[in-house]
Ligand binder design. Structure first.
Ligand SMILES: Cc1ncc(COP(=O)(O)O)c(C=O)c1O
Length: 484
């Protein structure tokens, strides 16, 4: 949209292509004089079918799981069944007012309560809040609860949070936002946490350990029991980043692993379309000793009276972490997803996610170096280092070239401990044919790198825009036409 001489100019406008019906009653009928339009309304003239085509075309320029494969590692870009979307759009949910009295929102509270119970069952944990609105928001909530707990126990002097070098950036950011020092713990040559390094960093200053399991290399932390015992013996708490829960849901009790707090990214594992900044939900689950510190209000059920209610009377609570009760419609989707999948369905989804990732790794491992070539969980990390050394083609170029072949790139340059990383998470919802086509394309691009590196280095060639300034593209969005 362009403004010229105080008039809005529309790029699709063409004089005489659209006609408004002439009313057959006096236009001034019933409209007070002072409210009547004095100058004609400046609307674009565009035939209806052209308008539809314009917006559909624009929508298709955006990538999404409904268009194609989206193997963004650690992001779990699985297909989100439309049934969950339909349920989340029911007027009974969308028309709810957050200030509605409790007796009028029993259904919504029941949904939240039952979702809490399902998530507790899936993780083996004792208490929960659904209030945080993202993984990162869940992390901060969890670490605040640990802080409050330690203070309550008279150990407020503890100020060091131990974090593996493979962790997501939100982990150290969370620790420092909570006023702690983030201390890095090394990974070993198997890609899991180095227990000896952990031991050397535990002390009476340890707040706890933030550990992702399976970790961002797609590997299950096999020493987790030993690790959690060590942290507890040092007086610390274990926070698990559960962003990768999709790989293990229904298979393992986190409580049995010795986890004290965990967040789950409901938008990833439990089917809410995500990316582009939300909305999300980062449910946080805790063991019994941390329950008093949960944010207010908690959602409870009074079995005797048969009513659901909000409990604000929690003197040790860390307080509120978000307006009202969090992102309710994400909870609705998670609830619909869990009920439609069933317990066995969730277990099967996790198993299929792991199977797909292992199959894909198997398909490309002769051509791309896999960072830790053992059996992985839901994702694996390849490195384009040898290709870069021999041809000058970088991971970034490969990611861009994938777009020309109709695939979204995997996560790149993360985790930081793998140079030229390609972190690939196919998820359980992709077919064998898609995985094979993606593997073939990666192999084809590698061949191009050796035979015609320029074509890869200058990719993408087929997209509406080429290489963008990625910071500006995210921070200074241009969402309107400003003249050509
Ligand atoms: C391992 C891990 N932890 C935490 C997060 C943060 O989650 P969110 O983006 O919902 O804040 C992510 C997101 O990609 C992640 O992959």
């Amino acid at each position: 949209m362009l403004v010229k001489d105080g008039k809005v100019i529309f790029e699709k406008h063409k004089e005489g292509t659209a006609r408004f019906p002439v009313p057959d009653f006096p236009v001034e009928y019933g409209i007070p004089e002072e409210l009547r339009r004095r100058v004609p309304l400046n609307l674009p003239e565009v035939p209806e079918n052209e308008v539809v085509r314009h917006y559909v075309r624009l929508s298709q320029r955006n990538w999404g799981v409904d268009i194609g494969f989206y193997p963004l590692g650690s992001c779990t870009m699985k297909y989100n069944p439309k049934f969950n979307e339909d349920v989340s759009r029911l007027p009974g949910f969308t028309h709810l007012h957050p200030h509605a009295p409790i007796h009028l929102v029993q259904g919504a509270l029941r949904l939240m309560y039952e979702l809490q119970e399902y998530l507790k069952k899936l993780t083996g944990m004792d208490g929960i809040t659904l209030q945080p609105v993202a993984g990162a928001s869940g992390e901060l909530t969890g670490i605040f609860m640990i802080k409050a707990y330690l203070k309550h126990r008279g150990e407020g002097h503890r100020d060091e949070v131990l974090i593996p070098d493979s962790a997501h950036g939100t982990n150290p950011a969370t620790a420092s936002m909570a006023g702690f020092r983030a201390i890095e713990v090394k990974s070993n040559d198997k890609g899991t946490l180095d227990v000896e390094d952990l031991k050397s960093k535990l002390s009476d200053r340890t707040v706890g350990l933030m550990i992702t399991n399976p970790n961002t290399l797609g590997l299950f932390e096999r020493d987790i029991r030993e690790i959690t015992d060590l942290v507890h013996r040092a007086g610390g708490q274990v926070y698990m980043d559960g962003a990768n829960f999709n790989a293990i849901m229904g298979w393992v009790s986190l409580s049995d692993l010795g986890i004290d707090v965990v967040h789950l990214n409901l938008h990833k594992t439990f089917s809410t379309p995500h990316g582009g900044g939300g909305p999300g939900a980062g449910a946080v689950l805790v063991k019994e000793h941390l329950k008093p510190f949960l944010p207010v209000p908690t959602v409870e059920y009074d079995g005797e009276r048969g009513v659901y209610y909000l409990d604000w009377n929690r003197p040790l609570s860390i307080g509120k972490v978000h307006a009202f009760y969090g992102h309710f419609l994400v909870m609705v989707r998670a609830y619909a997803y869990i009920l439609s999948m069933g317990g066995e369905g969730l277990r099967q989804a996790a198993a299929d996610a792991v199977l797909n990732a292992n199959y894909l790794r198997h398909l490309i491992e002769g051509e791309y170096r896999i960072s830790y070539p053992t059996r992985n969980m839901h994702e694996f990390v390849a490195t384009a280092m040898p290709i870069k050394r021999e041809t000058g083609v970088r991971t970034y170029d490969i990611a861009k070239r994938l777009l020309d072949y109709g695939f979204h790139a995997p996560t790149v340059y993360f985790p930081l401990i793998v140079p030229e990383a390609l972190m690939i998470e196919p998820t359980e919802t992709e077919t064998k044919e898609t995985l094979e086509a993606f593997a073939e394309t990666l192999i084809k691009i590698k061949k191009e790198a050796y035979e015609n590196p320029e074509v890869v280095k200058t990719a993408p060639h087929t997209t509406p825009v080429r290489r963008l300034d990625e910071v500006k593209a995210a921070k200074q969005l241009k969402v309107k036409w400003e003249g050509s």
